[in-house]
Write a protein that binds this ligand. Structure first.
Ligand code: FPP
Ligand code: MG
Length: 328
């Protein structure tokens, strides 16, 4: 079941969330609107990148998880939900520059359409607006926490860049990169959603742990899809990680534990996508990585054990299951 299906099949909760996400989109668009049309043209294009709205959904559901009823006057939740989506958009725009990616969500990337200079400055505009919008909530601790998280995002990307073509990349370092570049923001969405609904520090930590583990499972799946999916379904260039020399979980394990590390190294160095795909499948390394994603989802759900049982926590659990079932 996809995240869309989960929202659409939960009649009561789904209607509430859909309406809230529309409101979040309005906050997002209004805050980015500029008097300069070239800025608006670029911002409108990022609308094409907006898909599942996973991060805003997590802010809203984590907020609702505290007492299980729809949040009254959820304006701060909506604002922080829009902020997290803006941060996410900024990272995607910059990531496509770093990865030299031509396609995302079945559309040309900003770097492909307008060049790297425009994409870099648009990413800057988005991150700057995200923190400006965040400051309207008037809680410096939230700005500080999101600042900590964007530092982690950058650290994750820098360490990943520094390890391109590193065939000895350890599993620990892979998980550190993934935690920083992807899972920290997803964890932060859950933590801050709870915080805005009055969650104490223990519940905020549980929500962070849930989102972090969900985020790790999400990125393992994203990395698997990069190796296994077809481009039309995925909506972005497949095999980009290998092209850019980024080692992900199945390859790290095949190189460390497989019986033909030299053969696999040669296939990596020669960018032999099809042969690598076949070998990783036959030797069970895709299955092994998939298993790790399932374990992370289970661990994510365990973090929710101390939270009330209600429609929102049920939906959070379903979302955790959905991130490893996605095909795009
Ligand atoms: C996608 O990874 C990239 C990220 C999750 C994080 C990108 C972070 C940065 C570029 C640094 C932070 C930037 C700002 C503006 C704070 P991927 O390439 O594996 O995923 P993909 O397949 O979707 O491209
Ligand atoms: Mg990328």
């Amino acid at each position: 079941m996809s995240i869309f299906d989960i929202i659409n099949h939960n009649t009561h909760m789904g209607d509430w969330l859909t309406a809230e996400l529309d409101a979040v989109s309005m906050v997002f668009d209004q805050h980015l609107a500029s008097e300069f049309s070239p800025v608006n043209t670029l911002c409108i294009h990022t609308g094409r990148y907006r898909g599942k709205m996973l991060r805003p959904s997590l802010v809203l559901l984590s907020g609702m998880a505290m007492d299980g009823s729809p949040i009254e006057g959820a304006s701060d939740h909506r604002t922080i939900a829009a902020v997290t989506e803006m941060i996410h958009m900024a990272t995607l725009v910059h990531d496509d520059v770093l990865d030299e990616s031509p396609i995302r969500r079945s559309a040309a990337t900003l770097n492909a359409l307008h060049g790297n200079e425009m994409a870099v400055i648009l990413g800057d505009y988005l991150i700057s607006n995200a923190f400006h919008l965040c400051s309207t909530v008037g809680d410096p601790a939230i700005n500080a926490r999101l600042g900590e998280i964007t530092n982690m995002l950058c650290e994750g990307e820098i360490v990943q860049l520094a390890n391109r073509e590193n065939l000895d990349l350890s599993e620990d370092l892979y998980f550190s990169i993934v935690t920083n570049k992807t899972a920290s923001l997803i964890g932060g969405c859950c933590e801050l959603g709870g915080r805005l609904s009055g969650a104490d520090t223990e519940k905020q930590a549980a929500l962070y742990g849930f989102g972090r583990d969900l985020g790790i499972a999400f990125q393992i799946t994203d990395d698997l899809l990069d190796l296994t999916a077809d481009q039309k379904t995925l909506g972005k260039t497949v095999g980009r990680d290998l092209d850019m020399g980024k080692l992900t979980l199945p390859l790290i394990r095949a190189l460390r534990d497989g019986d033909d590390a030299r053969g696999i190294s040669a296939l990596v160095q020669d960018r032999c996508h099809a042969q690598l795909q076949e070998r990783l499948h036959e030797d069970g390394w895709f299955e092994s990585a998939q298993h790790s994603a399932v374990e992370r989802v289970e661990s994510a759900k365990q973090h929710l054990d101390g939270l009330p049982d209600n429609a929102a926590t049920t939906m959070l659990r379903l979302m955790a299951d959905a991130v490893i079932q996605r095909r795009f």
